[in-house]
Write a protein that binds this ligand. Structure first.
Ligand SMILES: NC(=O)c1ccc[n+]([C@@H]2O[C@H](COP(=O)([O-])OP(=O)(O)OC[C@H]3O[C@@H](n4cnc5c(N)ncnc54)[C@H](O)[C@@H]3O)[C@@H](O)[C@H]2O)c1
Length: 703
């Protein structure tokens, strides 16, 4: 029985693999057999003809891919959106398909020039007519989706393709009768998979494995309960059989060489129109403006890459290139995202790159009140390390206490309105918190190539230094320490007990004594092992001079803790003359504030160790305030904590033996942080040597 369902096909008279525009074509140029292709196409044609009417469009010489008629356009009722091919190799097919549509009484809609959309290859109607699934990422642009919604008066659900083997939606996704869906989840990003799962109930989803996907099992023609495809595994056939579908296999291997199979070779001409279904598209667009050394500093590339990586698309509307080396450039970029949720994620990242959302020039930040102490409104903007401004009552306010992972709270004070970064736990009822991403901008230092090069930290910026460069980095750090000391600046050190175990204790003590350190942050262990070394000559029971374990040495650190507990504090033990040297001694003697944050593994603890973590965080952030540089020495735990509290602009040097830790700590997206993969004892001894050179009379005279 032949139903009233119609398909359009195009005979393979001129079919061949003539060029490479997808991974399947790679290595297959002129490798397909015309005879076999004709035979396979005829079999497909006959299989479909048994169940539907097939119309034909005349093949045209020079356009070998015309055989893939799915890409002619997208039809719904009387309307068709004509394809705009991405590649010039296929653009010549457009007028022939247009002609066929017009001759057959369709209203033909054409998209703006340079807005690619590849027809039913990238847009598939739910077989119940409820909505249109539309793909983007390789061939079709996200910005084409609102046109589809408007012209076809239907809801469009955007899905992002991630695997270039599945470059069209119909290569990995096939809606079936009764709301079933045959698809390959690995072809989509996680957001799109979530969207699919929200729309299609689990019992209706038939997710296939890669082995079936690469046989183009999703590139199938579904006519009621029949599913026609190149090839299916036994398990897929029985899975489809269980829910009432009959699989008809018809080999299409010659067409697979060009990246197409059954569905690509057909265009369904009669599509159901759901009643009560109307235009709806969740694609959102916004225009952002960026200014600065966009090319020099690579900002524009980073912004555009980020938009695409996060699932959006862009159009550069204006780009004014600064003509002189010193002049800045400006760009206006239209950003599109498949939903408001994704748009917010993209814009908040672009804000970090210094982008301004254009309409916000006239718009204030959105504020919502705190209703429960310590809990922010759901949609709160998460602060970053970058200096931030928010627009309140038409004025841009600088956010105080800048740090990452906080909320921005606005409050009325006797001196006017104040914006402050607050930790969640510090939010009070009545605080107004910035939500969404409107009316927020970050102020990035203009970094031209020259400015960056003139900065002393420049050569070590962006990344982790290799071993050979350690000495150079140490030299730079020594210069920097010297400069900060001479100008009365502030250096804070975060250190773990490895500093002592590696023999770095004496060097760090010297740095403190000689005025290079203005604050020390650590935990119980650094203080315990420092004093163990100074009281008993061991660190974790190992004799520091001979490098051998001392009998009973494992108890040493507990004895030290006990002694200090007897005195009540480290300072009192120093005053009593019990602790006579070392890091903690120098801190006490030189009035250098320190904070020891407790942790679950602490023995004792020392009376100075702050076991209330909220108070410990407060002590830490107080000591960090106003720092010019932070030296992070082999304590992952404390260094990560410190990194989160520190705004951009503070130089950070992270020293750790583990490259993964260094990368994590120094990867703040700001040029001021640098990682050094080396032994911390070695680092400190080299640093002392360098500082000695800088202060030697010879160097002073030369300087
Ligand atoms: N007796 C005690 O009370 C005791 C003992 C140990 C640790 N602790 C506590 O545990 C918490 C975490 O301690 P932590 O900071 O030692 O551990 P951590 O794991 O946070 O950091 C140690 C870091 O040192 C690095 N490292 C190891 N050897 C190195 C070397 N030779 N040179 C450079 N880097 C090197 C590691 O890669 C690691 O990243 C702290 O609160 C600390 O006080 C307590």
């Amino acid at each position: 029985m032949v139903s009233q369902i119609r398909f359009l096909m195009c005979a393979p008279d001129h079919y061949d693999v003539d060029y490479v525009i997808n991974p399947w074509m790679e290595g297959n140029i002129h490798k397909s057999s015309r005879d076999r292709a004709v035979e396979q196409w005829n079999k497909l044609y006959n299989a479909i003809k048994n169940h539907a009417i097939v119309d034909l469009v005349a093949p045209e010489k020079g356009w070998p891919d015309m055989v893939f008629s799915a890409n002619a356009g997208l039809i719904l009722g009387e309307n068709v959106v004509l394809s705009r091919f991405l590649h010039k190799e296929r653009q010549g097919e457009e007028p022939y398909f247009q002609q066929w549509f017009e001759n057959n009484g369709f209203n033909v809609y054409t998209l703006p020039k340079d807005l690619p959309f590849e027809g039913a290859g990238d847009a598939l109607l739910d077989r119940e007519g409820r909505w249109l699934w539309a793909g983007y990422g390789f061939r079709s642009e996200l910005d084409s989706h609102p046109y589809l919604a408007k012209w076809l008066d239907i809801e469009v659900i955007s899905l992002r393709l991630m695997d270039e083997r599945f470059y069209h939606l119909d290569t990995c996704f096939c809606p079936l009768t009764n709301g079933y869906l045959l698809y390959y989840p690995g072809a989509f990003d996680s957001y799109s998979n979530r969207v699919i799962e929200m729309r299609v109930a689990p019992e209706k989803r038939i997710a296939i494995a890669e082995a079936d996907a690469v046989n183009f099992a999703c590139n199938a023609v579904n006519i009621e309960s029949i599913v026609i495809m190149n090839k299916a595994s036994d398990s897929l056939k029985s899975r489809l059989g269980e829910v009432g579908f009959q699989v008809i296999e018809t080999p299409l291997t010659e067409f697979l060489k060009a990246g197409g199979a059954a569905k690509c070779l057909t265009l369904r001409v009669t599509e159901p129109i759901g009643e009560e279904i109307h235009a709806n598209v969740s694609v959102e667009s916004r225009v952002i403006r960026m200014e600065g050394h966009l090319l020099d500093a690579g900002l524009i590339n980073r912004a555009l890459d980020l938009i695409v990586e996060m699932g959006g698309s862009f159009q550069v509307l204006k780009f004014n290139l600064g003509e002189q080396r010193q002049s800045t450039s400006a760009a206006e970029v239209r950003v599109s995202a498949p939903s408001h949720e994704v748009m917010e994620e993209i814009i908040s990242q672009l804000i970090d790159l210094g982008a301004v959302d254009l309409p916000q020039d006239e718009r204030d930040s959105k504020l919502e009140p705190v209703l429960q102490a310590g809990v922010a409104p759901d949609d709160f903007y998460v602060s970053t390390i970058y200096p931030t401004e928010v627009r309140v009552n038409g004025e841009w306010l600088k956010v105080q206490n800048q740090r990452m992972d906080g909320a921005i709270a606005i409050s009325q004070t006797p001196n006017g309105i104040v914006a402050k970064c607050k930790l969640l736990r510090d939010l009070e009822i009545g605080d107004k918190v910035v939500v969404d991403v409107l009316g927020i901008r970050t102020v990035r230092k203009a970094e031209s190539r020259e400015q960056r090069n003139s900065q002393e930290f420049s050569f070590m910026s962006s990344g982790v230094s290799s071993e050979r460069r350690v000495e150079l980095v140490v030299e730079q750090v020594a210069w920097e320490l010297r400069k900060i000391k001479d100008s009365g600046g502030k250096v804070v050190v975060t250190a773990g007990p490895v500093v002592i175990h590696t023999g770095g204790g004496e060097h760090l003590s010297r740095l403190i004594r000689e005025g290079y350190v203005q604050g020390l942050l650590g935990g119980n262990a650094i203080a315990v092992h420092d004093m163990e070394q100074n009281l008993l000559g061991t660190s974790l029971g190992v004799d520091m001079k001979r490098g051998v374990a001392v009998r009973g040495g494992h108890r040493h650190h507990l004895k030290v803790i006990n002694t200090i507990r007897r005195f009540g504090s480290i300072a009192k033990a120093v005053e009593a003359g019990v602790v006579k040297s070392g890091i903690m001694y120098e801190c006490v003697k030189n009035n250098i504030p320190f904070s020891l944050a407790g942790s679950i593994r602490d023995d004792g603890p020392l009376p100075d160790t702050q076991m209330n973590l909220i108070l410990a965080q407060q002590e830490y952030s107080k000591i960090i305030e106003g720092a010019d540089m932070i030296l992070m020495l082999s304590s992952m735990l404390h260094s990560i904590g410190v990194g989160n509290m520190t705004p951009a602009g503070v130089k950070m040097v992270c020293v750790d033996i583990n490259p993964a830790v260094v990368t994590k700590l120094s990867d703040r997206g700001s040029i001021e942080s640098v990682g050094v993969v080396t032994d911390v004892g070695l680092f400190l001894s080299l640093l002392i040597q360098q500082l000695d050179k800088l202060t030697s009379p010879y160097v002073a005279n030369v300087g």
